[in-house]
Design a protein around this ligand. Structure first.
Ligand code: 13P
Ligand code: SF4
Length: 345
C-alpha cells in the first residue's frame, strides 16, 4: 500500500514539475519528509517559501506555518495544507481578540512603551496585532535577537504565546528577575498593574508536547550514560533547558547531531518524529529520545497523513485546488510587516 502511494505521489509530482514545491517541517512523518523538496525548522521554511517561485507551495506542517507562507509568498502563489486539521494547540492559546483586551489592561497601567513579540506559533491576526503595536514575530532560532530589537524600540516586552520560550530567552539575556508570567483571567494570579512593573511579561501559553519533558528525564539519561549529551528545544521548561548541554531550534538540533563524532550519544528533547529522522540520517551517532518510552508525539503535525498529500497532489493534476490556506487581505499586509521585521533582524 505504501509503495503504491509513493508511486502515486511521484507520478503526480512528475506531472506537476516546477509548479509545485513541497516544504516539510522537521516534525513531519517520514513519508512526508521523504517527498519534501526542503526540510527544516519554522524559520528556514518561511525563508524557503519567500524564495520559491512555484505556483503551489504544499506545506507539510501546521496551520500557522502555512499562513505565514501565504503571507510571505506572492499573491498569485497558492499555499496548500494537506489537512486543515493540523492546528498547533499553542497557537490557539493566544487569540487576537483576547490579546487585544489584555493589551488594553496592561497598557493602561504604564506610561512606558511595551513591545509585543509573538512567536511564529500564532495566527495571522495576532501577528498583525503585534505589527500594529510596533512589535514583531520571532521563531525559536531568533527569539534572542527579537528581544534585543524590542528593547531598542521600547521599555518592556509582552511575549506571546509560549511562556517557556519567553522565559528561556529572558534567562539567556540575564533578565529573569524582571520576568513575570501573566494570565489576565486568573483571579488569583498577578494583576496587570503588578505584571507591567516587570521588563518581560509572559503570556500563559505552552506546548503540550515539550512541556512534558522534565529534569528527571535528563537525570535518567545521565545516570544511564554519564557521557551522553543532551539537546533540547527551547519550548521545554526552564529546568530542562538548564540541565541540557545544548538548546536550540529543530534546525540547531539537526546541525548539532550532523556534526557529532561517530559513537557519541545524543539524547534529543523534542518531538519524536525528528528524533526518529535523526536516528536514520546519522546511524554513526547514538541518537536516543530524551523521554525514554514516553511518546512525545505532536498530534497537530501528525494530521498531515501521506494519503492527504497524495490527494491534494492528484487533485492539482486534475486542475482542482484543495485546502488552500488564505489569510484575509486586511490581516495579510500587517502580518507581513511583523514577519519582515523578523526576517530583517
Ligand atoms: P522550530 O522553529 O524549532 O522548527 O519549532 C517549531 C515548533 O513548532 C516547535 O514545537
Ligand atoms: Fe505546536 Fe508543540 Fe506541535 Fe510545535 S510541537 S506544532 S508547538 S503543539
Amino acid at each position: 500500500e505504501a509503495d503504491e502511494r509513493t508511486e502515486r505521489i511521484e507520478a503526480a509530482l512528475e506531472t506537476l514539475g516546477d509548479d509545485v514545491v513541497i516544504l516539510g517541517h522537521n516534525y513531519q512523518r517520514r513519508e512526508i519528509v521523504e517527498h519534501a523538496d526542503f526540510v527544516g525548522d519554522s524559520y528556514q521554511l518561511s525563508v524557503e517559501a519567500a524564495e520559491s517561485d512555484a505556483d503551489y507551495v504544499v506545506f507539510g506542517g501546521v496551520t500557522f506555518m502555512a499562513e505565514s507562507a501565504d503571507i510571505i509568498t506572492d499573491d498569485d502563489q497558492r499555499v496548500i495544507l494537506p489537512s486543515m486539521e493540523a492546528s498547533c494547540p499553542m497557537a490557539g492559546m493566544a487569540e487576537a481578540l483576547q490579546v487585544d483586551a489584555a493589551w488594553a489592561e496592561l497598557t493602561a497601567e504604564t506610561d512606558e512603551t511595551i513591545v509585543p513579540i509573538t512567536y511564529m506559533n500564532s495566527y495571522a491576526d495576532l501577528k498583525a496585532f503585534c505589527a500594529e503595536q510596533g512589535g514583531l514575530v520571532c521563531t525559536s532560532s531568533n527569539a534572542h535577537e527579537a528581544f534585543e530589537y524590542a528593547f531598542e524600540k521600547g521599555d518592556k516586552v509582552l511575549f506571546l504565546p509560549d511562556k517557556h520560550l519567553g522565559e528561556n530567552t529572558a534567562h539567556r539575556l540575564g533578565i529573569e528577575d524582571e520576568t513575570v508570567e501573566w494570565d489576565p483571567w486568573d483571579p488569583e494570579g498577578t494583576d496587570a498593574a503588578a505584571a507591567v512593573e516587570n521588563d518581560v511579561v509572559l503570556w500563559e501559553g505552552y506546548c503540550q508536547v515539550h512541556e512534558r519533558f522534565s529534569a528527571d528525564h535528563v537525570e535518567a539519561v545521565r545516570e544511564e550514560d554519564p557521557d551522553a549529551n543532551v539537546i533540547v528545544h527551547p519550548e521545554c521548561r526552564r529546568e530542562v533547558v538548564e540541565a541540557a548541554d545544548v538548546v536550540g531550534s529543530t534546525a540547531t538540533i539537526c546541525e548539532t547531531v550532523a556534526e557529532a563524532a561517530p559513537g557519541e550519544t545524543w539524547a534529543i528533547g523534542t518531538e519524536i518524529h525528528l528524533t526518529q529522522h535523526l536516528e536514520r540520517w546519522h546511524p554513526e551517532v547514538n541518537v536516543i529520545p530524551l523521554c525514554g518510552d514516553a511518546c512525545m508525539d505532536c498530534n497537530a503535525m501528525r494530521q498531515i497523513d501521506p494519503n492527504y498529500l497524495t490527494w491534494v497532489l492528484e487533485e492539482l493534476v486534475e486542475g482542482r485546488e484543495r485546502n488552500v490556506v488564505e489569510v484575509a487581505p486586511e490581516e495579510k499586509e500587517l502580518a507581513q510587516v511583523a514577519l519582515d521585521r523578523m526576517l530583517e533582524i
